[in-house]
Design a binder for this molecule. Sequence first.
Ligand SMILES: [Zn+2]
Length: 362
Amino acid sequence: MRNITLADFSLQSPSCAAFIRAMREGTLPHALLITGESGTGKRTLARLCAMSLLCAAEDGERPCGVCNACVQVREETHPDLFVLRPEVPLRASDRAADKKPRRYIPVDDIRELVARAGEHSFEGRGRVFLIEQAHRMNASAQNALLKTLEEPVAGVTLLLVTDSPSLLLTTIISRCRRVSLSPWPTDYVEKELRAQGVEEGRARQAAYLSGGSIGQALRMAADEEWFALRKRVMDDFLGVERYSQVQEISARWKPRPPKKKEDAEEEEGESGGDALFDVLDELTRTALMTRLGQADAALLEGCPEAWRRMAGEAPLATFSALADAVAQARRLRESNVTWQAAVDRLLFTFARTLQPYRRRHD
Ligand SMILES: [Zn+2]
């Protein structure tokens, strides 16, 4: 398994490249705000930055990644690195076992940060304060932090990480250098997954569906249930050839028993529910993107021949008709009474749509 390096990040976005240049030249400002959608590598970049600032390597590329300081940053045990996060109070004495995990970073943590920022660094290379999910600082915490941002302490670097910068005070944002991470290019995500041992077809699929998030792609690639469901949907809905098969196939797709609202989050991935429609939507969208030349035809791997032929030559209206049929089925499934009828109708639609693209055996 390969670790993502600063060199990878310099390909990420212009603001990221400028940030890494400044890091190498030793001209980083005292406060940085790292933003970007989930899975774009904000936390990884913040750690690399902390490592680079505290790395003990005398010469060569920093961070070296192997010196004692680099290892300590990775393990969050470096005496000059302080990580603030909502769940864990900064002061050990506040970490009572019986307390519920916090949802916000309170002002106490920031006061503690300010006090520690005034102390001398242990190793003499400065001190780094990393605030994860910075948008979860409550209002008084943000105001307390503002003072530190206005009166920087020599040798202290603040790294704020968030995917919701709009929840921060504008005065905080304006006092930090902003580093915005973008979604990663699909082929980069795919390469990364391959490097981590994900099988080729699955890496391609997960990279394509991840929207440029490496974290999301890794989660997807590991989701056996989803890949199994996708295979079943492909076999049944894209593979249905004759109307006489509809009833038999439909019987395999039973509605779920009604569930209580609080269980809603656990429903994902279930074969009978929205997951079926999600997979059908994804398959239809991927076929359309292939048709438009915006997705690699290799993404259709495992799909029946007729589906691949359709993705290569069908008029665009075909894809919107399929998407409409799925949307209609979603509405019908609101009630278990109409569930089977909705599935039947979908199967008929797919069978009819794919009819012209089947090879004739006469
Ligand atoms: Zn090092």
